[in-house]
Design a protein around this ligand. Structure first.
Ligand code: PLP
Length: 394
């Protein structure tokens, strides 16, 4: 058997991530590889830190990309901030809260779960009750933008409550960074991780993180060594930290970092607020189109993420058949439900570069055709017309 070069099809990525990548990012990735200790590369790293600080809206010195996907950013936060025996309150309203629980258990910590219904935000009142009931807790962890359900939570209020009880926060912003408002300094968040492949529209495999001085102090004063050599920030700081000698820790993914740099340059050229606004606009257009077909959103309007639209699959419609037809006939990827949402919801992403008018109209047109062919009852053609009308009205 001869194995030849892999040439993937060109898809439109409107699932929960990865999202469509701006061609500028792919071009940046193809630039010549240089050594990861090359003086020119160090200049690029310094710029990358500044660009990430802007995206996170922080002055935190310890702001950098972990050389691995969002799950590694998550793990960096937990292994560095949680020690054996520590109590961690985890607000769970979807799949990623459970992954946080797994992280805490593997550090030898105790996970105190505060559950909310999927599709709802994390309830600050319940978190406050848990803080009162567990005075030894040292960390509160939650997901700012739950990709499994499309719900956002109030990171500022939750962090304020945590600080009132001497806890630090670990905040998952994998889906929010670049797509909806995130203010690390103004909201006083402590350990924050994200992913490159969603609203930054970069290649998958990097996890931007940022740590407040409070978090850095705690990491520097740990009693137990961090169980993971690779993710031990005390060591990583020698490469990425303030005034660091940029000494060898691991071989940085040089070309992927060019890609992240380019995606952040694109974000800063557009402006953060303009990016958040674009995400809201395209979400609204998609919403009027879907609602005109009788498709309902899973999350209440106040907590809906514009970049992740979780909608209820209409009765009698077969989830897998629709997604297969969209992929095969339209090269269009939308996401199925995760966990308890499997088979019940679709997750339509409008993330980063993929959040644009063409994608909204393509998705509505394709759904109209596929669902229509399957005999679903709705007025054909209305979805695209309603979205067009919305765009014309703004
Ligand atoms: N947290 C959230 C909210 C996510 O959506 C994801 C991925 O979809 C992750 C964590 C894990 O990121 P990765 O798949 O890049 O490891």
């Amino acid at each position: 058997m001869t194995i030849r070069s892999f040439n993937p099809p060109i898809r439109t990525l409107m699932g929960p991530g990865p999202s469509d990548i701006n061609p500028r990012v792919l071009q940046a990735m193809g630039r010549p590889t240089i050594g990861h200790l090359d003086p020119q590369f160090i200049v690029m790293m310094d710029e990358l830190k500044v660009l990430l600080q802007n995206a996170f809206q922080t002055k935190n010195e310890l702001t950098m990309p972990v050389s691995a996907p969002g799950s590694a950013g998550m793990e960096s936060c937990f292994v560095n901030l949680v020690q054996p025996g520590d109590e961690v309150i985890i607000a769970r309203n979807g799949v990623f809260g459970t992954r946080m629980e797994q992280n805490v258990l593997r550090t030898g910590g105790k996970a105190i779960m505060v559950d909310d219904e999927w599709g709802h935000p994390c309830d600050p009142n319940k978190i406050e009750e848990a803080l009162k009931a567990n005075p030894n807790a040292s960390v509160v962890a939650f997901v700012h933008a739950e990709t499994s359900t499309g719900a956002s939570s109030d990171a500022k209020t939750i962090t304020q409550l945590a600080h009132n009880h001497d806890c630090l926060t670990i905040v998952d912003t994998v889906t929010s960074l670049g797509g909806s408002e995130l203010q690390v300094d103004e909201w006083n968040l402590d350990a924050v991780y994200s992913g490159s492949q969603k609203c930054l529209s970069c290649t998958p495999g990097l996890s931007p993180v940022t740590f407040s001085d409070r978090a850095v102090d705690r990491i520097k004063n740990r009693k137990h060594p961090v169980q993971s050599w690779f993710l031990d920030l005390n060591l990583v700081m020698g490469y990425w930290g303030a005034g660091a000698k940029r000494s060898y820790h691991h071989t940085a993914p040089v070309n992927s970092l060019y890609a992240l740099h380019e995606s952040l340059v694109i974000l800063s050229e557009e402006g953060l607020e303009a990016s958040w606004k674009r995400h809201r606009t395209n979400h609204r257009a998609l919403r009027v189109g879907l609602e005109s077909m009788g498709i309902q959103f899973q999350v209440a309007p106040d907590y809906r993420l514009p970049q992740l639209n979780a909608v209820v699959i209409p009765d009698g419609v077969e989830d897998a058949a629709v997604r297969k037809a969209l992929l095969q006939e339209y090269n269009l990827e939308i996401g199925g439900g995760l966990g308890s949402g499997a088979g019940k919801v679709w997750r339509i992403g409008l993330m980063g570069h993929a959040s644009n008018e063409t994608n909204v109209l393509t998705c509505l047109g394709a759904l109209d055709a596929v669902l229509g062919d399957m005999g679903a009852s709705f007025e054909r053609g209305k979805a695209v017309a309603s979205a067009r009308e919305y765009y014309a009205s703004i």
